[in-house]
Design a protein around this ligand. Structure first.
Ligand SMILES: CCCCCCCCCCC/C=C/C(=O)SCCNC(=O)CCNC(=O)[C@H](O)C(C)(C)COP(=O)(O)OP(=O)(O)OC[C@H]1O[C@@H](n2cnc3c(N)ncnc32)[C@H](O)[C@@H]1OP(=O)(O)O
Ligand SMILES: NC(=O)C1=CN([C@@H]2O[C@H](COP(=O)(O)OP(=O)(O)OC[C@H]3O[C@@H](n4cnc5c(N)ncnc54)[C@H](OP(=O)(O)O)[C@@H]3O)[C@@H](O)[C@H]2O)C=CC1
Length: 289
């Protein structure tokens, strides 16, 4: 249990902060006293997240709709955030993925994943880093990656590539920006049953990526995990709160996996090797394509 008020007064921008793991982090950071800046493409999703955080914690929450694929829009978002006060922490959480046979990916499909996941996180990191360096302020960049950075992952190749590149960014900036008081850290989640991940990774409804309680469709996913379950978003949020806080002041350039040890056994995607053409056709149809 982290100490009350651990993040009091810290201003933290979370990309993709209106849903899933981003919202779980926002909730925990707010409970620990942080002021939040939430970004994502959908203004109405951000507004609903802000209303909930205000109701639950009386938190200070700024919402800044932004498509992180657009470098100019990212710069404008950081200008708007900094106008209300300097940020202390950037959480690179926004990302996109879907399962697909790699040889069938069009260039647009690859870019739909690389754009937000890799370019978006880099654009945000550059904007935050420049402002911290110019003002001599310390800062923390926390990037939400994936255990694919350790295992690779079949059928989600652009996502695995983007997350691995961001791990390289985390390690490189730890050295380059560390002397100026800017820490770079990362979390590699295993399967956490958010709505976004379910939609992106399990279009055939419950085969491999099911909801929190073990059921028939989820049996394989649970059996694959040494701890016999998927992750709970508040567990990841607790780790994130620790890593961005001063309690982790000597952690720099490190990635922490939170997956019950699953990646030591499987990347999570091997079951898809058994899929035949009908399975893939159903998966494509599941997204309306
Ligand atoms: C089942 C086993 C899995 C094992 C899992 C193990 C452990 C889990 C590890 C998980 C690691 C990472 C997880 C996550 O990132 S979860 C977060 C997921 N959240 C999101 O993806 C939210 C954002 N998503 C989106 O915005 C969209 O879903 C999308 C990614 C599709 C992007 O939308 P956009 O509007 O930009 O894109 P378009 O619809 O215009 O499409 C662009 C091109 O991409 C092609 N496409 C789209 N979907 C698919 C698909 N499912 N398969 C193949 N191709 C796809 C589309 O056709 C366009 O290309 P073309 O113009 O050439 O047709
Ligand atoms: N859940 C899981 O099992 C795992 C998740 N992860 C990582 O955790 C993070 C959160 O995922 P999760 O919460 O599950 O999924 P979500 O789909 O809920 O989160 C993705 C968020 O990113 C935002 N986003 C997507 N594209 C853009 C864009 N172009 N510009 C700005 N924001 C964008 C979405 O908001 P909007 O659509 O409004 O823009 C959404 O809030 C991601 O980095 C994911 O890769 C890693 C491993 C496993």
């Amino acid at each position: 249990m982290l100490q009350d008020g651990l993040l009091r007064g810290r201003r933290i921008l979370i990309t993709g902060g209106g849903t899933g793991l981003g919202l779980a982090m926002a909730d925990r950071f707010a409970a620990l006293g942080a002021q939040l800046v939430l970004s994502g493409r959908r203004a109405e999703v951000l507004a609903a997240a802000r209303d909930g955080l205000v109701a639950r914690h009386g938190a200070s929450v700024q919402t800044l709709p932004c498509d992180v694929r657009d470098a100019a829009a990212v710069e404008a978002m950081f200008d708007a955030a900094w106008q209300q006060g300097p940020l202390d922490v950037l959480v690179n959480n926004a990302a996109a993925t879907f399962i697909a046979q790699t040889e069938r990916l069009s260039a647009r499909a690859a870019d739909a994943i690389l754009g937000p996941t890799l370019h978006g996180a880099l654009y945000c990191t550059l904007q935050a880093g420049r402002r911290w360096l110019d003002s001599g302020r310390p800062g923390v960049v926390l990037s939400i990656l994936s255990t694919s950075t350790r295992t690779g992952r079949a059928f989600t190749v652009p996502s695995a590539m983007a997350k691995s590149a961001l791990l390289a960014m985390t390690r490189s900036l730890a050295v380059e920006w560390g002397p100026q008081g800017i820490r770079s850290v990362a979390i590699a989640p295993g399967p956490f049953p958010t709505a976004g991940a379910g939609q992106a990774l399990d279009p055939t409804a419950g085969r491999a990526f099911a909801d929190a309680a073990p059921g028939a469709g989820a049996a394989a996913a649970y059996a694959a995990n040494p701890l016999g379950r998927v992750g709970r978003p508040p567990e990841l949020a607790e780790l994130a709160a620790f890593l961005v806080s001063d309690s982790a002041a000597y952690i720099n350039g490190e990635m922490v996996a939170i997956d019950g040890g699953q990646h030591l056994r499987t990347s999570g995607a091997e079951d898809l090797l058994a899929w035949g053409p009908d399975d893939w056709a159903r998966a494509r149809a599941g997204r309306g394509g």
